[in-house]
Design a protein around this ligand. Sequence first.
Ligand SMILES: Cc1cc2nc3c(=O)[nH]c(=O)nc-3n(C[C@H](O)[C@H](O)[C@H](O)COP(=O)(O)OP(=O)(O)OC[C@H]3O[C@@H](n4cnc5c(N)ncnc54)[C@H](O)[C@@H]3O)c2cc1C
Length: 390
Amino acid sequence: MNNWDLIVVGAGAVGSAALRAATEAGARVLGIEQFAPAHTRGSSHGHSRIFRHAYFEQPDYVPLLRHSTARFESLQRESGATLLNRCGMLVAGPDGSATVRDTLASAQQWGLPLDSLDARALCARFPLFSFGDDAIGAFEADAGIVRPEATVHASVRIALDRGAELRTTTRVRRVVEDATGISVESEQGRERASALIIASGAWTPQLVPELTPLLEVTRQVQAWIAPTDGIDASSMPCWLFDRGPGQPAIYGLAPDPAAPASADGSPSPSRHPKVAFHGSNVVVDPDLGVAPVAPADVDRLLEGYRCVAPGLAGSPVAAATCLYTMSPDGHFLVGTRRGLRRTHFAAGLSGHGFKLAPALGDALVDLALHGRTDLPIGFLSPARFTYAAP
Ligand SMILES: Cc1cc2nc3c(=O)[nH]c(=O)nc-3n(C[C@H](O)[C@H](O)[C@H](O)COP(=O)(O)OP(=O)(O)OC[C@H]3O[C@@H](n4cnc5c(N)ncnc54)[C@H](O)[C@@H]3O)c2cc1C
């Protein structure tokens, strides 16, 4: 049994970022992943994720978003992999849309470049989309797409090159913190470490049971849809449309013409635009598996897509399920386990965590190695909720 400086459970978006950060800091780190990096049963697959900085969800994320984008850029440089595509991001909605209003407000608060657009300007600039007469919108040119699988692989590769160890197809069963360190029991035996990061996504309640009442895992569907004949989608941005109260927002990602082929050699579906609803009420248990995509899932998406981009909503090419782990308020739960000192976690990323994973990885490694972080994560503390100690 080794005595590691740090063990990281999970090598998904946050765990892989933490592995990279820990090795940068010179720590002796072990990662343990129940499947393999960039597998398709969690929350970090599907070829593309939006990154942006004008943040309607909460302006307090903006410093973390800036930090994360800089870290994606340095990962891109260091690994030589193409991870980012700055195709821009359009947020639109009907007059009075809180999503558009809060996007503009966060940009103003933090001095982010953003174009504020009325219905006429939206129609002129984005002819692929259909806008109501009262539509308003905001366009961030500095936003775009990050490739999730390539990002996870690049972080893991760099961490391994710097001496990290990663055990795959190994599930952590139990973690116990005592006065001198942490014991981590997995299918491959017991390990000791001075600190622990739990980045286990949808499976977090199994290792941090006190968070169970705060987390709900939902099934999401993402579909790649080829435009109708004659429509060229190559210059479209990423986009999100607020469809009004009670309706989940619909959003889409620009095609990625340079997307690498899938593992089986077939062309990546990401050569076509991707579309999804933001949120669902289908609650699932990640260990029981998730119902595969049904024709009705894709029909519902196509119907919503036709309303906002009729020419783009052509024929489905591929579709996949994915998991959101929701917190009660849609904001992350990040911090140190209540009553403990050495066990830190990021959970409940609520369907918007990929773009922030580098900042979360860095903050968790700061907490694990130094007991504090300069990154402003205080607003994400689970202490805003009432829940029991472990
Ligand atoms: C369809 C879809 C679209 C999205 N779009 C966006 C977007 O555009 N922009 C954005 O920012 N975010 C987006 N998100 C959200 C984002 O992808 C997630 O918030 C993020 O990937 C979650 O990362 P994670 O590290 O928490 O979880 P994961 O990446 O799932 O990692 C958790 C890992 O822990 C492992 N694990 C769990 N338990 C154990 C155990 N006991 N032992 C060992 N290993 C374990 C799992 O196997 C998994 O690999 C989207 C999510 C979905 C589903």
